[in-house]
Structures are given as structure tokens and as C-alpha cells.
Design a protein around this ligand. Sequence first.
Ligand SMILES: [Zn+2]
Length: 598
Amino acid sequence: MTQDDLKNKEMPQNYDFAEAEKKWQRYWEENDIYKFDPAGDGEIYSVDTPPPTVSGNMHLGHAFSYSQEDFVVRFQRMLGKRVFYPFGTDDNGLPTERLVEKLKKVKSTRMTRPEFVKLCHETITEIKPDFIQDWKDIGMSCDFKNTTYSTIDPHCIKTAQRSLLDLYKKGLIVRQAAPSMWCVNCQTAIAQAELEDADLNSTFNDVTFRIVESKEEITIATTRPELLAACVCVFVHPTDKRYHHLIGKTAMVPLFHQEVPIFADESADPEKGSGILMICSYGDRFDVDAINRKRLDPRVCITRQGLMNENAGKYEGMKIVDARKAILADLEDAGLLTSKKQITHVVNVHDKCGTAIEFLATEQWFIKILEHKQQLLESGNSINWYPKSMKARYDNWVQNLNWDWCISRQRHFGVPFPFWFSKKTGEVILADESQLPVDPISDIPKTLPDGHMIEDIEPENDVMDTWATSSVSPQITTNWVDNKENALSFKDMYPMTMRPQAHDIIRTWAFYTIVKGMYHHDMSPWKDIVISGHVLDPKGNKMSKSKGNAINPRSVLEKFGSDALRFWAAGSKLGDDLPFLEKDLVTGRKMVTKLWNA
Ligand SMILES: [Zn+2]
């Protein structure tokens, strides 16, 4: 038999990628090829794999960045290292709630929390196998069989709750009644990292105020006339000669008629508008700061639902935008609107829904980060960044933080706080570590404070921001809570070797994981962080569903196979964005055929 005969006998003439890929996937799983051996010898290479959000299908950006991390991992495995490569999914919080509402055609606000949570768990169980299959199909070499976690499973809840108990005992988490960022659409507090900039159309309006003492008229420019009802004082710059005589006098707010003090304050910019600034509770974080500095009583006029409240007088019950229109019309009728210019301006919106954020005084839990910026920068310095240039994004984010990390959410499907409150004294009652995971709504604390009966306590009803759980992904996978069914030992496995992720979540996932690593273990969570870029459309534009230029990786896999897709993903440097060009996939497929024929 000749060489050629042999080849023809054992190998089909043409490479059938669909059949070959299925065959090898099965082989990997059946033989536990990617299983980690905790008892083995040799250097450990552990990966803090990003848990994708179960909120639809894999997108091409995933296929790109996960392929790149898999190249690194397979290379390390070939060097003989013992690779620990777990896989998890992030499946609670707002994105999951939205998905369940859409798939099941329900509204979480019209259901009880237990009903909705049950439906969420059922829906996730239903859709998850299909969702994870996408990651298997791009050829990821994770240990899908033994190390799959979900951020809402008991092990993860236990880990996230232990994290909170530790932070509380160290004085690093506080509950504060303070104005914080609020989404009136999602009806929950949000964190600085969830803000996005959006260009919105608006009007810049010159409104007339009257000085009580002298009857003089002054002009104040504002984009938010509905907040006139919430105006508590007026600022002029101390060196602005035009208004020097106004300092110490009182202004009467048009339409609402409250009388407010006029202060000299450096924050009034003489170049902006008329140079006179109105301070409202609360237009933005500068208002929050100004009202705190001047120790004024806030006068809030917006509800958590985004409606005007009783402080808005006849506008009570109106939506914010409707009140804005009505107030402008009334100002105009009264001759108190001297100019109205159309503008487009940048507004902070909630990244999950695009709604302009408000500042409302509510009680929220905050993890302290502002007073530890230096420590967090140093922790960033101790990690190897690939590519190096990406570290600047981390540094900028830390340096420009303005708020502590708000982690409480007034939502349904999330990890509960392991806390109760005393109705008598208001004190916080902690769960005992031995009783985790705990749900304060259905469970009771192991020990009650002196003089307390069960009826004297009430649960914390809020749930945690999902980042509060995904930020302990290294602690989850390396068994920080010492789960006995898990053979891993935390002290052998932490810190991990490598964190792969995309650049858009440096300010969230990377940052928060570093925070937790520092606060819990005084250690950075990984040695290396590897950052991938984004996928662009053939013209170099960002891909998005709403623009209609997104490509489903499933269709690419069906047409070209996963090796061709990975060949394309290998075509850019780490951190660089990569346009999707079908010709690269064609080249990839030819390359595979060439290898087959060789
Ligand atoms: Zn929202």
C-alpha cells in the first residue's frame, strides 16, 4: 500500500469541519481533557475567565475575545503547565430580569418577589445549555464539565455574602442616606460605572428671578426648569463685579415663589450663561456638593418613579419631561422666559436603559473607595498589563472617581444582603458566617441582639449589584469559602495567574475585582491581565444590534467553522479593535483545508 492509499483509506478527501468539530468536542468532554488536577505536580496556570451575561446569544465580540484568551491558555498548556480554566455565567441582576420579562412576557413590578425570582431561575435553567454551547462551539478549552458556576448559585451567593460580612467588619461598607444616582425607569440606585454619555436635545432657557429686597430682576440660565421647584439657593462668583451687590440678599424663584439666599461661591462661572447659578436638590453632583457645603435643607421635587411631587405644586404627578414643557409654557406666559435656545448637550444616562439619571436622597450601601485611591493605584501597578497601554485606563478611572461604590439595588433577582435591621435601635444585624448562604427575608439571624425578639427585626430587602458578585470571581473559583465538595484550596490557588477581558469593562470588572482583592487579602487578584479589543463592522464602525450591523457568530460558524473564526480572531494584536471582513474567514477556511491536505 502506498502512502497515498493509506491517506485515502483513513481520511476523507475533503475536510468536513462540522463533523470534525463535533467529534473533538465530544472527545474532550468524554475524556475530561481539560480537567484540572489539584493534586498534580508542576506550575499552576489559572484563568479568571469572564462569566458572560446570560441575556441572549453570544455576539461576535465574545467570539473574538474568548478565542484570543483561549490561544494564550492553550499555549501555556503546551508548555506543560497545569491549567485551571473554569467557566461561569453571570445570570442575575437587571439584564437577566429584562431577558426574563421579554421571554416570558411578564412585568417584574406586577409580581411578588418570590414569584418572579422562581420564574427567573426556571428560565435560566431552560436557556443556559444552549447559551453555553456557543462557547463550546468556538473551541474554548475550559473545563465545562467540572467547574461551571452561575453567579446566583449557592456557592457564589455564599462567597459574595462572605465578602460583604468581611467588608462590614473592616468598616469598609456603610449604609448612608445620601443623594445618589438613581434611574427612574429601572427604579433603582446605580453606580458611577453604569453611567454613559448620551447626546440629547434640549433647550437652554433664560429665566427671570426677582430680588426680594430691591425688586431688581436677574437672569439665570438652565436646561432643567422643572427643578425651579427644587431650587434652594443662588450662587454668584465672589469676584464678579456685576453681582457683588446681590451677595447676602434673597431671590424669589419664579412660579414657585420660594425665597432663597444668594451666596458668593467660586463654582459660579462668570462666563457661563448670565454668570448666576441656581442650586437645586438635585440637578447634578455639583448641586449635591454645594448643598452639603452650605448645609442647606434639600427641597426634592421628583419621586423615585420620575414624577413631580407635592413640592412642585400644580405640576405634581406629571412626568419630568411633561413638567418641563408645562413650566416653560407658564414662564413664557408670565413673561419670565427671556430666551430659549435649542441645544444638543451631553447627559449622563443609565447604561442599561438610556434614561437620564436623577439624584435622589435614598438609603444605600456604599463600599468605600475614595479614601483608598492610592492603595488601588498601587495594586494596579503590581499587575502586568497586556498590552501595557491599557493600564492608563485603569489609572484614569481610579483618579477620577467621584463617588464611593453604591452596591445596593432596589430590584428583585440578585444576591441578598446577609443583613437585618433592629426595629428598636436601627442597628445592623449580621448573619453568622456558618449560616451562609442566607436570605434575610426567609431566614433569621443565628443570634439576636440583647433584648430582641424575632418580631423586633426586619430584613434588608435590597439586593446586590451584580458586580458585587462578579468582582469575587477569583474567590468563587478558587474556593475562598472552603466548600468541602470542592477539592481546591484557596491558599494554593490565589492570586490567580491571568485575567482575560475586554477593555470596556476595565472600569467595572477589573477595577471592582482589584478592590475586593485589596480589601479581603491585601493582594492583587492576578499576576497578569490580558485585554482584548472590540469587533468593528467592515467599515470600521462599532457593531451593535440597534445599528443593524451586528453579525451572529453562529452563522459564521455554520458557514466557515470555528478554526476559520479563530484564524480571523488571531489577526489582531491584543487590545486592538478588529474589523470583521469575510475575506479573512475565507482565508482561514482555505488555511485549514491546506493543513488537511498536507
Ligand atoms: Zn435604567
